[in-house]
Design a protein around this ligand. Sequence first.
Ligand SMILES: Nc1ncnc2c1ncn2[C@@H]1O[C@H](COP(=O)(O)OP(=O)(O)O)[C@@H](O)[C@H]1O
Ligand SMILES: [Mg+2]
Length: 263
Amino acid sequence: MKADLIYENDLIEIIIYTCIAFLSMVLVLILFFYFSRKKIIQKEFEKKDLEIHHHKELLRAGIISQEAERKRIAQDLHDDISSKLNIVSLNSHLLMTPNLTVQEIAEITGNIINLTGKALKNSREIAHGLLPAVLDKFGLHAGVEELCQEFNSSKSVNVSYQNQVQFDDLDKDKHLHVFRILQELMNNSLRHGKARNISIVFVEENGMKECCYTDDGCGFDSKDKKNQHGLGMKNIESRVGFLEGTLNINAKVNKGVEVIFSF
Ligand SMILES: Nc1ncnc2c1ncn2[C@@H]1O[C@H](COP(=O)(O)OP(=O)(O)O)[C@@H](O)[C@H]1O
Ligand SMILES: [Mg+2]
């Protein structure tokens, strides 16, 4: 009888301990899931924060470069066009002076013709800078060909260009972005990389057009903060964003630069 009672007490004790152990395990598991979930959510927030910050940086770069472009156009208009038109106006008023000799009239009209010619040429150049005429009239392929010729004619770099893509005239807006990206990449290769050779290749894969750009210049460390403050690369990134494409930049010191973007 006594032995039975002891056995029963032991059993109850075992059951109680097992329940406590089980409950503590459940508690530990709940706490574990709670904290790991909290950590995941925190990580997600941090990632979102980084994305927003990056987005803001791109927007800022876009606005700054837009302002710089406006300033440049204002300067060009002011220095090249306004000043010349000013002198044309002065000369035209001079023509109204009474008793001018034939020689004086010829000299003043000569001045006017000369200055209006220059103002016309400069206004064409400003317009060309804003929207290259060849790009508008003959499309991206001809535009890039002309760009390569311009760089080749400087004799300081050799640009090779291959195109396997048929560009659609309906995508003109997109093509201006592609053109500006290449312009910036080529300027960087010359200015920063001191490259001797540049290669540009357009290919089409699975309906997506891709541009592969390489130079053999001094390259750079893309992780170095000092190389992340330029506006040029940020603008390239936001232009690729407009194109809804992807951007891959492979750059190493002394290994040149490779940039692949799709559009
Ligand atoms: N092709 C290149 N070769 C060597 N360095 C480059 C090249 N492209 C970019 N870089 C480096 O990356 C930096 C950022 O370039 P970018 O954003 O175009 O700014 P910026 O041209 O105004 O300095 C440059 O200052 C340069 O150090
Ligand atoms: Mg640049």
